[in-house]
Structures are given as C-alpha cells and as structure tokens.
Design a protein around this ligand. Structure first.
Ligand SMILES: Cc1cc2nc3c(=O)[nH]c(=O)nc-3n(C[C@H](O)[C@H](O)[C@H](O)COP(=O)(O)O)c2cc1C
Length: 432
C-alpha cells in the first residue's frame, strides 16, 4: 500500500527533483569548473596515519571498500577511480571506522583517507569509550564499525537539487562494497540506519557541509564492557574546498533523519562465488561505457536477478521493486519482467534508452533494470537501492559482463512505461 506523504520521509524531495523531457531542457546543468569541489578529504598531516598494507588482512579489507584502482586523465582533470562507482566520479561520501581489538589497528576512530590509502587516527579509544551508544548499542563491539558520511556539495556542484539522490545511491554502493569485502573475509555484517545522527555529526565536528547517512557493523558484542561516547569531539577538516549550501538538500536530509515504522531484515545474502574471482571482480570493476549489443544467456540473467533479490541485512528494510527490461537475453522473450512474469512483451530497447535521458547504455544493454520503492524511510530505501546496484555491478563483472549505474531518467515516464507506482530510485544497464 502506498503510504501518504505525511507518513513518510523524502516524498516531497523526490517529487521536486524528478526529471522530465522538459525540465532537463529548461534547466540544463552548467558546470562552473573554477568552483569544482575536492573529491577527497584530508585531515592535517600532523595526525597519525597508517598506510594500508596488503599484507594486513584488516587493512586490505578497508582498501577493498573504496580504494583507488585506476586513474584517468583528461585535459585539466584527473580522476582516480575506486572500487566503488560514483555518479559523475564525484565521490560525495567519506568512510570512517572504529576499530576495536582488530589486528593492524590501535583501538580508535579512523578516517579512511582514500587519497593516500591510509587510515588516519582521529581519536584513540580508551577501554570504556566508543561510538556504539550512538548506534543504540551500550557495550563494546569488537571488530570494525563503519560510518558513511556525505559532503554533499561534491555532487550538488554538478547535479544541483537532485544530488541528494546520488549521495544516497553512492553511499549504498559503499555499503555494497562493505558487503562484498565481508564475503571475501568471511565477516558477518549488517547495515544500521537507526543512528543518533545529530550527536554523531556533532561528535565528528561536522558543520552543514557533511552529514552521516548510515553505518555498518562487522563486529561482535562484548557485553561485559559498557562504553560511552568520548567527551571531546573530533576536530574536523575541510572535505570539499568550496561549498555552497543547497537548502532543498539540507531540508531533505533533516527530513530523512527520522525513521518511521522500520522493520529489521535479519537474513543474509547467500553468495557462493569463488573467492579469488570475486576479489578480481571487486578490484577490476569499472562502469561499462558502451555495449557490443551481444545477448547474455538466460543463466547469466537468472544469476544476476537471483543476487539482486537476496536479503540486504539492516535494521530498517524497505521494499525495493525490481523491473528488468529484457533487450537481449538468449531464449527469452523481450519485454518487461517483474517478479518472474512479464508486465508486457515486445522490443522496448529504444524506449528504455530514451527513458534514461536518451543514453545508448539503456538501449544497447542486454537488460536495463529499474529499481522502484513505495517505502517510507527515504534514507534507508535509497541506500538499499545502491547496495542492490553494487551487486549488479559485481555479479556482472564476475560473469564477464559489464554494468553501469544510471541516475538520470525521466521519472514519471518510467512509471508509465512500467505500469507501476512508486518512486523510481535507480536504473542499471547490464550486458556484453
Ligand atoms: C549512482 C550512479 C549513477 C550513475 N549514472 C550514470 C549515468 O547516468 N550515465 C553514465 O554513463 N554513467 C553513470 N554512472 C557511472 C559513473 O559515471 C562511474 O561510476 C564513474 O565515472 C566512475 O567510473 P567507474 O565506475 O568505472 O569506476 C553512474 C554511477 C553511479 C554510482
């Protein structure tokens, strides 16, 4: 049942940031290159930092969650590409973590400094200190607690009001990277949205430029050790260089801070991949820029869909509907598939590309996937779409196929095409 706007968060923001054929032409995104925000955050050099070593399992685990895997140079710009994809390669997220009883790290709160591939110690922890209470846990969690933030202007610089959607999707991809790396290291993990966000933002000394979106727990409880949040806040560093506030995004974030009627997802996804090839997929993953228009096999399609529909463990699970536009799958009719059946049959490949703002990726793919939700907790449902998107990337890569996220589409036209209600969250093109 589609809940009313008053009951749910994010609805107004989503409505206000829809693309249509007309809106895209009326207000095209013009970029001011002189005012481009930095895509990496650096704390002062005086702070202790440990380079992440391949030989230390916990270091390597962190590296797999957003480490740099390639560099691209264009006149005047260099992009450092990472294990996680990001809309426009703007990387509007930062990753922090608390390590406790983890080999290779002194107990403390760290920033993953992607630019130098190191962990910066922001706050060493005493035995009775920790961020656990801000995640609703009174005792020490031994292991790693991850926190995903967003210095949103990195994305808003380009995508303006719609950028909050990208910040959430990209954050979901980081959570998806945590899931993927956990599979490699046999860690259990679960995502946490029910966080005392205001206190956490204050503890990290954030101003309005950066805010936390989610956490992930890869740790086990030590119930005899009660902890409290450290008294002294962390001293913040600049995350963007330039910053211009975007009131619609800040209002959407404030609105999304509260959670309503959350249901837990206790289940775990069952990934049975060969670990060596899975690691290769994590490290080699790239967004495909052009498809050869070859068909994929029905077995490949089923494997991908099977992984997208597996549980995403979290404390606030929202339904995400998956629609697959079949363009080129061997021994399968073309058309729109949903929950194992066809909504309609026919060759809709050109239409699928048109809906993705006329991007060929949407037409030339074997399958163009749309994720929709009529859930109530915007922050949680959007990041879940990012996790599912990350699975699409990695499973495609594992199978020797390609994938690209697509954040730009004509929202209402997609609904009409799919004959489905619900917010359109994300599109993904998969193929050969
Ligand atoms: C949320 C999201 C939306 C994206 N949207 C598009 C898109 O509309 N068109 C496109 O060609 N690529 C899109 N991409 C792919 C990015 O451009 C790509 O991830 C980025 O350039 C980094 O390259 P890499 O994925 O190869 O590391 C998107 C990626 C994400 C995560």
């Amino acid at each position: 049942m589609f809940k009313t706007d008053e009951e749910c968060t994010g609805r107004e923001y989503h409505e206000a940031t829809k693309h249509s054929w007309l809106s895209v032409r009326r207000s095209p995104n013009r970029l001011n290159w002189d005012n481009r925000p930095a895509s990496m955050k650096f704390y002062p050099e005086s702070m202790p930092r440990s380079p992440l070593l391949k030989s230390v399992p916990a270091h390597n685990f962190i590296y797999h969650i957003g480490g740099i895997t390639a560099k691209k140079s264009y006149p005047g710009v260099e992009y450092y590409l990472r294990t996680n994809p990001s809309a426009g390669a703007l990387y509007p997220n930062e990753l922090y973590f608390q390590a406790s009883g983890v080999e290779g790290f002194e107990d403390g709160i760290y920033h993953f400094e992607v630019g130098s591939s190191s962990a910066v110690l922001l706050h060493p922890l005493r035995d009775d200190e920790g961020i656990e209470p801000l995640l609703g846990i009174p005792w020490r969690m031994r292991g790693l607690l991850f926190l995903v933030s967003s210095p949103y202007y990195r994305s808003a610089w380009k995508y303006k009001n719609r950028a909050f959607r990208y910040c959430l999707l990209d954050a979901g991809h980081i959570l998806g990277s945590i899931e993927a790396a956990s599979r490699l290291y046999n860690h259990a993990y679960r995502i946490v949205y029910d966080i005392e966000l205001e206190r956490l933002n204050n503890f990290f000394g954030f101003g309005r430029e950066e805010f936390f979106l989610s956490a992930a727990i890869c740790a086990v409880p030590e119930k005899e050790m009660i902890v409290k949040v450290p008294d002294t806040a962390i001293i913040n560093a600049d995350a963007t260089g330039v910053f211009e506030p975007v009131s619609l995004i800040e209002a959407a974030y404030r609105d999304s801070m509260k959670l309503k009627g959350c249901e837990k997802e206790p289940g775990y996804p069952k990934f049975t991949f060969d670990k060596r090839r899975w690691e290769e997929a994590i490290l080699k993953r790239r967004s495909i820029r052009e498809f050869s228009k070859k068909a994929v096999s029905a077995a490949q399609f089923e494997t991908i869909m099977n992984h997208l529909t597996q549980p995403v463990p979290s404390d606030c699970d929202e339904p995400v509907q998956i629609y697959a536009v079949i363009n080129r799958v061997e021994e399968m009719q073309s058309g729109i598939r949903h929950e194992g059946g066809f909504v309609k049959v026919g060759d809709f490949s050109e239409r699928a590309g048109y809906l993705c703002l006329e991007q060929r990726l949407g037409s030339d793919s074997a399958v163009t996937i749309f994720l929709l939700s009529n859930g109530c907790n915007y922050r949680a449902l959007y990041q879940k779409a990012g996790v599912i998107g990350h699975r699409a990337y990695l499973v495609s890569e594992y199978l020797g196929l390609g994938c690209s996220g697509i954040g730009a589409y004509y929202d209402d036209d997609v609904n009409r095409f799919l004959e489905a209600e619900g917010m359109v969250l994300y599109a993904l093109a998969v193929g050969a």
